[in-house]
Design a protein around this ligand. Sequence first.
Ligand code: 5GP
Length: 120
Amino acid sequence: MEYDKNNIFAKILKGEIPCKKIYENDYVLSFHDVNPQKKIHALVIPKGQYTDLDDFVQNAKEKEIYEFFKAISHVAKMLKVSNVDGGYRTLSNIANNGGQEVPHLHFHIFGGEKIGKMVS
Ligand code: 5GP
């Protein structure tokens, strides 16, 4: 799938749409989901233009991949949901069957309460 430069997360990265920022570095941006499904619902996105996890793993530099996954764990610590704070769930929807709505790679972080069934 070709990357859509006008997707909503691309606009957030460009500063055209506001977000409630949690964390940012040269490689990633993390912000609160606009429509939280749990007490804590954060998103982590790479700054590079990747549609989904498969695109990312195939085309990103190793440093980008390393920084992305490190950032998920870092954000979980910042939000006090890490493995020593009760835990959390991370999730990435991929393409149609995965239920992906925004075509820019993102991982969800759900926490702050019991997350429940793995899939419904
Ligand atoms: P997906 O279904 O693609 O895995 O998840 C997309 C997520 O992006 C949804 O949880 C949705 O609430 C969130 N979202 C969509 N538009 C915006 C927005 O403009 N700002 C923020 N912060 N989140 C958004």
